[in-house]
Design a protein. Structure first.
Length: 126
């Protein structure tokens, strides 16, 4: 039977081994959820051609007009609440309620609603 600590160690070792492949193949790997039962485990693995930032930028450019945004809005600053600044880094069209992804200066990501981001960016461009 697997334990959480075994999963953590296994995930770290897998991602370490994949770092060499990233360089050789010009791809970027990102680990996802682990699902497991008594004797088996499944690790979700995302593979990005070139790197994740390029993939997100291209996806943003493809989808931005659907939300009345411009390609230049990618990586724009968005001020939230009491002045905390985030960067607009992605659009997830499958997330209807919270399709935009903001990132803080530490790399933490947050999903937010489309009307909030659109309103904030339109205010800045006026």
């Amino acid at each position: 039977m697997f334990t959480k600590s075994e999963f953590k160690m296994l995930r770290e070792r897998i991602m370490t081994v994949l770092k060499a492949v990233e360089y050789d193949m010009s791809v970027e790997f990102e680990d996802g959820n682990i699902r497991y039962d008594k004797n088996t485990a499944t690790l979700q693995l995302h593979i990005y051609k070139n790197n994740k930032a390029d993939a997100e930028r291209l996806e943003f450019e493809r989808l931005c007009q659907s939300y009345n945004l411009k390609p230049e809005d990618y990586r724009s600053s968005v001020v939230v609440g009491k002045g905390k600044v985030y960067t607009l880094v992605a659009i997830n069209p499958k997330a209807r309620a919270y399709p935009f992804v903001l990132e803080d200066h530490e790399g933490n990501r947050y999903k937010v609603s489309d009307h909030y981001v659109i309103k904030t960016l339109q205010k800045e461009s006026v």
